[in-house]
Design a protein around this ligand. Structure first.
Ligand code: SF4
Length: 337
């Protein structure tokens, strides 16, 4: 799919928009099937040394409580995921250093891999040197999520005082060359973005041929420098779903999650995303005591819940049933590959 077609589809309205959604849903069904892979997220530390302008966890923010779960607490959370038999993957997510040192993460990966061989392990803790990714790969990491957030290098630099787009893309190349299943992605509607930027974001995903692509609406957080900014598509929230539909058409075989930010930006947003191109559901199974301290943006869904609550593993089956979609592989099956 070329950039001109991507840019044109991002402007679809009326019957053309309905046709776009139907086409994306059909592409998802043909390439990924109706089964929804479930990937359970554990937010194991909210410490971060970076100062991304949009993020509630940025180092400059006076977050009420900075935490890091102990390895034992993380292993208990993973054990709950394994026992529930709903998710085939556990996603370990945290800010960039200093919550956990790289070698501590290596040890943690070894323990999880040894105790839970049927679970795939996804890690998402930001930019690292290639040799660190290699050590994590060797220790049992299957996948890595690292969103590039925007394909516009100048906009990236304005949003991220601690890094460059070139560095981020080099990390993604390193991960792919190491044989890690790699996920990229971007925000939709960050201030300064245009529809052309959005088209470039989608084209960059296509060029990388990512295994997973996570996208979600930019949601202003009042505790950040972008707190007073509006989403670039605030007057046209259909753009959130156009983006996911076009992303599916441009990357038909990629795993595309219905991210939590869709629920925060739009009523039943995740359900709609699953009907317009997304194929993966990622429930939050972070222990309840930590959730309220992992606020990337305000009104983040399920911060009051717990792993077994409606928005944790407990509600996944019901939510997907209401959409007429089975859990991929079924309970107890490994979705490792
Ligand atoms: S987006 Fe990630 S790296 Fe940036 S401040 Fe937030 S947690 Fe840290």
């Amino acid at each position: 799919m070329g950039r001109d077609e991507v840019a044109s589809l991002l402007q679809a309205r009326g019957p053309d928009l309905a046709a776009l959604y139907a086409r994306a849903d059909e592409a998802r069904r043909i390439c990924c099937g109706d089964g929804v892979p479930v990937r359970a997220i554990i937010e194991f530390s909210n410490m971060c040394s970076n100062d991304c302008l949009y993020c509630g966890l940025r180092a400059s923010n006076a977050v009420p409580r900075r935490y890091r779960m102990t390895p034992e607490e993380i292993l208990q959370a993973v054990a709950r995921v394994a026992a529930a038999g709903v998710a085939g993957t556990v996603v370990l997510q945290a800010g960039e250093t200093p919550g956990y040192r790289d070698e501590e993460i290596t040890a943690l990966l070894r323990q999880i891999r040894g105790k839970f061989p049927a679970l795939a392990i996804t890690l998402s803790v930001g930019n690292r040197p290639r040799e660190v990714y290699a050590a994590w790969r060797e220790a049992g990491m299957d996948r890595y999520l690292l969103r590039f957030e925007t394909a516009d290098a100048d906009l990236f630099a304005r949003l991220h005082p601690d890094g460059s787009l070139a560095d981020r893309l080099q990390c993604l190349r390193d991960l792919q060359e190491l044989g890690v299943q790699t996920g990229g992605g971007f925000m939709i509607g960050v201030p300064g973005e245009t529809v052309e930027t959005l088209a470039d974001n989608i084209m960059l995903c296509q060029a990388f041929d990512f295994d997973m692509i996570g996208i979600g609406p930019f949601i202003p957080n009042p505790d950040t420098p972008l707190g007073a900014a509006a989403n670039a598509y605030a007057a046209d929230p259909d753009m959130f779903f156009r983006a996911i539909a076009v992303l599916r058409l441009a990357n038909p075989a990629a795993h595309i999650p219905a991210t939590t930010a869709f629920d925060a930006a739009f009523p039943n947003g995740r359900d709609l995303a699953l009907q317009r191109g997304a194929n993966v559901f990622m429930p939050n199974v972070t222990p309840g005591a930590c959730r309220k301290d992992y606020q990337l943006y305000p009104k983040k869904p399920c911060v009051d819940g717990d792993a077994d609550a409606e928005d944790g593993l407990g509600g996944v089956r019901k939510r997907l049933q209401a959409l007429g979609r089975p859990i991929a592989g079924g309970p107890g099956h490994s979705l490792k590959r």
